[in-house]
Structures are given as C-alpha cells and as structure tokens.
Write a protein that binds this ligand. Sequence first.
Ligand SMILES: *Cc1c(COP(=O)(O)O)cnc(C)c1O
Length: 348
Amino acid sequence: MGVLERYRSWMDLPAHTEMLSLSEGDTPLIELPRLAEALGGGFTLYSKYEGMNPTGSFKDRGMAVAVGEAKGRGAKAVICASTGNTAGSAAAYAARAGMKAIVLIPEGKVAAGKLAGAVAYGAQVIQIEGSFDQALELVVEISERQPIALVNSLNPYRLEGQKTAAFEICEALGGAPDVLCLPVGNAGNITAYWMGFRQYDKLQGSGLPILLGVQAEGAAPLVLGRRVEDPETVATAIRIGKPARGEQALQAAEESGGRIIAASDEEILTMQKRLAGEGVWVEPASAAGLAGLAKEIQAGRLDVRGKRVVAVCTGHGLKDPDVVTSWMRTPQVIAPTLAALEALMVKC
Ligand SMILES: *Cc1c(COP(=O)(O)O)cnc(C)c1O
C-alpha cells in the first residue's frame, strides 16, 4: 500500500486526484544503539530510513500524490528542477501514470545513480549551465506558460504526501519523538514534517518534537540569513542557495523550539561513515541531520538524556557511489589460490 491508500483521508487534496502508487512509504525506523552510545548515551536514537522508498529517497511520498493530482486534472506532462532525487522520483511516477516527465538538472552536479534513474524511467533530462536555483526559476515560469504540471515541492500536494512520514513515526513510537533532525535543502521536507506532526497532535494528542534542521556549511542560506549565489557541498541533494520554502522552514523550526544549523562537509562525511558502520548506508545529504545532532549534543546546546530522537535519513547510499569510491583504496588483488588467501587471513 502506498501513501495515498493509507492516508488519503488525512490529506487536503482535490477530488480529481488519482490513486497512484509504487508502494512508497512505510519505511523502517531503525534503532542505532551504538551511535547513540558514541554520542554520549542515555537516549534512544532511531533512523527513519527513507532510502527504502521505491526510488531510494523520501521524494516518492510527495511524488505519488503530486503526479496523481496532475494526472487527475488531465496534465500530460510533469516538470521539475532537481539535484537528482526529485528527477528520479518524478520520472518513475510519471512512467507509472503513463505521463511524460521533463527534468532540469544543474550540469555535472548530479550523482551518477540519480541521473541514471531519471534516464532509466524514461524522463527527458535537460542539463542547464547553472545552479539548481536557476533551474527552479525556469521550471516555475514554463509551468505558468504551458500545460505542464510543476512537481517541485512548491507544489502543495508534494507536502501532503511527505507529511505522512511524520504520521508513520508517531504510529511506530506511540507518539511524537522528542527531537527530529533532518537535512534541509529546498526546505519542503522540514515544512511537511511540521505539518504532519501538528496534524497528528491535533487528532491524537501525540505531542510535538523539537526540529533540528541541518544545512551544509557551503549551502546554508537559512543560517546566514541570505541567498547563497554559489552553493557548494559534497551533499549534492542539499546544494541549494535559495530554498523555496525557506520562510516556512524557519518558522517551523522556531515554533517547535528548535533551529536550523549548518554542518561542514567533513562532519557530514564522517557521519555518513559512522552510520554505515552501524549498517545504514545513506547518501551524504542524508547524514547531515545526524551530523548536526552530534554537533549540538557535543557543544552542550541540546540535552537529549532520556529522550527519543529520530534522524531522518532521506536517501540511499547507492544513489551516490562516487563519494565512497573516490576515497576508497582499490580492493586488494591476490592470486586465486588458497595459499594466497590464507596468507592474508592470518593477518586479519
Ligand atoms: C531532496 C532531498 C533533501 C532535501 O529536502 P528538501 O525538502 O529540499 O529540504 C535531503 N536529502 C535528500 C537525499 C534529498 O533527496
């Protein structure tokens, strides 16, 4: 079952919205006891592993709904700007719905697994000589001139779909966690989580988490308080200098008693390795939330003792293999003999 089948009655959608699903959502909440211990212990840490969605990122939750709505209103094509995951997701759901997908990506800045996905699902992929932010401006304009549905997170139905992750967390924990940390790029996801938690709290009295949103230092407009013209970070999914939902993200963080901070690329990559060291391999952006959490705990700015903390791990490590293969040493080569293997095993 996908998010529309499970939660449609909790979404604010036009009646014409068509059911569309690749069985997105219902992702695992994985406890990380070793990482919690390494961060000082005395609290429970979970990863909401959104890399387990059909195209490997949380974008699928929103895309099922946004493309279902576009299809129902008779649109023949969808368009988006993307740092990669939105493109793959839009392409997959458009293919599922029998529609055309057009995706604009910043030239040379999209991880291999993401570009391949968009192509595999049959999207028309267009590279622009510019940033994600410029691509977004273009798709907004073209969708106003032509009958092509915009499926970036400016599309409100994306958020209706994405808020379901908050419902799932509350259901799994029997209430809201105390703290939720997550990466922030275009800021649609943090906005959607806050909508979801508030709605669930109204209906079920589940309480509300503190939100800790984390940007990359080289792409931290919400921390700096100004647009970043040339955003740069290894975490390509959050390489965004002018978040479309920046105001709402800041408001959500503030209302929750939390904040939006920045983590360096080094902190993000270190956290990516630590997470993989406990069996959860995510793409760099997905480790940003936890990198920020670690920073806040270590600096004494966040007391998590006795609390339940959920880190949203937004996308799968397989999407961006280059990040790992670029620093790894080539695996050892030996002769295909037992002697050679045994000589090595003695040392391990
Ligand atoms: C899109 C994306 C983000 C950022 O989400 P926003 O809604 O743009 O803030 C973070 N991580 C991954 C893996 C993503 O695909």
